[in-house]
Design a protein around this ligand. Structure first.
Ligand SMILES: Cc1cc2nc3c(=O)[nH]c(=O)nc-3n(C[C@H](O)[C@H](O)[C@H](O)COP(=O)(O)O)c2cc1C
Length: 339
């Protein structure tokens, strides 16, 4: 049997399949199924900056209302008790503790926000509740055209540093792909203390409803094709940065996962395919990987890792502009379509 183990964020994992944040990883029954199917770790759904802020405001209002009660009427108000006012943060911490007690695999908590302000202090509570690592998803949409790319990147770095000040567990950053120099930015994140990156967030573009003229939020599940953007950047980064590399987006099969590893990923995340086909799909992907690796006489995943990275590829220019020029020139328009 090929040794599938890998190291991610300093954690020894039995294989490289780690379900990413989704409703499946937030439900104990499906999390248990994922573990039974072989998931090596999982990332909980995110705790959002917006939820923490509104929880804090609600808690403040709750406390103030009790303090400003009138005479006898005040006694009808609920007495403040941590057990009767539960915020989303409380619920998240409770879930994290339950998952840690119930699962044998590492549990990665996820914080999701864009500002390096007060809410970030709660990262420490996630560590205290047992998180093995923290994923920090900064889904920042740079709509302010006064803001330069350097300012946008600084925002990520400030937020990372603020979180790192709170915790000693590894922190990985889940990023979008829209940076002008992805590799340089990731190197700066590493210098600022990032232990890993998860590439890439999917960009959820809203749609426009023609008749109502409304802008409509939209979520579609990914396709396998989307993994290639991730594979490209992981292949480019491999050997040039020291942090852990995860591919998230479009990993739907054993082949997709193997390609990501060949490019240099330490783990691949899975989400859409598991939502579409259920936790048992993870077991199938794992078996397909194991079979392929055995057939091709790999002794371990480490042997495979980075073997087709930019540094090691037979033709590294295929990852560069040369690929662009070649594919553009090689395109054949179907006969009869264009005269
Ligand atoms: C329904 C749904 C919920 C998600 N929730 C989160 C979340 O809470 N936090 C997060 O960082 N990513 C979240 N994601 C993104 C996924 O974790 C994953 O990164 C993304 O879907 C790309 O992977 P995929 O192509 O395998 O789906 C969610 C995705 C879906 C479809």
């Amino acid at each position: 049997m090929t040794d599938l183990s890998t190291e991610y964020l300093g954690l020894k994992l039995k294989n490289p399949l780690v379900p990413s944040s989704s409703p499946l990883t937030g439900n104990l029954d499906s999390a248990r199924q994922l573990e039974d199917e072989g998931a090596a770790a999982l990332v909980l759904p995110s705790l959002f900056e917006e939820s923490i802020r509104s929880s804090e405001e609600a808690a403040m209002r709750f406390l103030l209302e009790q303090e400003t009660g009138f005479g006898e009427a005040g006694s009808f108000l609920p007495v403040h008790d941590d057990r009767c006012f539960r915020t989303e943060l409380d619920e998240y911490l409770e879930k994290l503790q339950t998952f840690k007690q119930s699962l044998g695999i590492p549990v990665i908590a996820s914080l999701n926000g864009i500002s390096a302000e007060g809410w970030v202090t709660h990262a420490r509570q996630l560590q205290e509740a047992g998180a093995d690592a923290l994923e920090l998803n900064v889904y920042y949409v740079a709509t302010n055209i006064e803001e330069s790319s350097a300012q946008v990147e600084q925002r990520y770095i400030d937020l990372l540093k603020a979180v790192k000040q709170q915790v000693s567990i590894p922190v990985t950053m889940k990023l979008g792909s829209q940076f002008s120099s992805v590799g340089h930015f990731i190197r700066n994140l590493e210098a600022a203390g990032a232990d890993g990156v998860a590439l890439f967030n999917r960009f959820y573009q809203p749609d426009i409803a023609l008749f109502t003229r409304e802008v409509v939020p939209m979520l579609t599940l990914s396709s396998s094709y989307e993994s290639l953007l991730r594979v490209h950047w992981v292949a480019t980064l491999y050997g040039k940065v020291g942090l852990s590399l995860a591919v998230t987006g479009g990993v739907h099969s054993g082949s997709d996962a193997l390609k990501a590893l060949m490019a240099g990923a330490d783990v691949t995340h899975l989400c859409s395919i598991l939502l579409r086909e259920g936790p048992q799909k993870l077991g199938q992907i794992l078996r397909n990987m194991q079979n392929w690796l055995q057939e091709h006489e790999y002794e371990s995943v480490s042997q495979l890792k980075g073997s087709v990275s930019r540094e090691r590829a037979i033709d590294p220019s295929a990852y560069d502009r040369a690929n662009y020029v070649e594919v553009i020139k090689s395109h054949q328009t179907a006969t009869g379509v264009w005269r």
